[in-house]
Design a protein around this ligand. Sequence first.
Ligand code: SAH
Length: 250
Amino acid sequence: MNGVLYIVGLGPADERWLTLEAQHALAEAQDIVGYEPYVARVPQRDGQTRIASDNRVEIDRAREALARTQQGRIVAIVSGGDPGVFAMAAAVFEAVDNGPREWRELDIRIIPGVSAMQAAAARLGAPLGHDFCAISLSDNLKSWEVIEKRLEHAARGDFVITFYNPASRARPTRIADAFALLRRFLPGETFVGLAKSVGREKEEIILTSLEAVDPAQIDMSTLVVIGASGTRRIARANARDWVYTSRKAP
Ligand code: SAH
């Protein structure tokens, strides 16, 4: 039997954000591979093998999934959000690129998911309505100097900027450093939105600005949105402001 490797996006929270395509792939899979909290989100099924691992071992996890696929298994490797956005799909292709030639012929199918950026944008209004970019503040796989350079150019380019991986215990001051850098290029009143644990029980949405933002409110389950010059707030009497970015360049 020929194996299949599904690279599945689980969305940002519970199964309401799971696409039908993802549900079908997870139901078909014999093996579920992934970072432990994501594997835990997949409904249990009899006879399914679950291989949960630690966060920092993406390449080993990818190789394990590819090796099982080569043996003829139907494998699902799972990611939160979209698997192509700061997640497992790229790790799988790095493993294929550097692995045995036979891996190139495997049946690999990527199942997209709702990324945190899209879920956060939906809560705020339409902040990604004009040109935007996404930057991971994690410096596990790149130097802080690279992040600083990209932040500067994103600000100079007047992009709406989203931050993934904005905080961690290992690097508590990085997020404050990132805001300090942006303040050199952007006005203090620039919109900043903090979308925390979107879709989960502890969800919280905070609307603030570059000069007022409190880094202590940002944790690893926060998606940060920094407005561009075309980003606007619509005040409402009894509800949170809507935030949108005009489709026209100012
Ligand atoms: N592949 C994922 C991103 C993985 S990086 C995706 O497409 O969404 C992990 C980062 O995503 C977190 O540090 C956080 O910045 C963001 N994130 C993931 N789920 C989130 C949620 N429910 N609410 C807010 N941010 C979230």
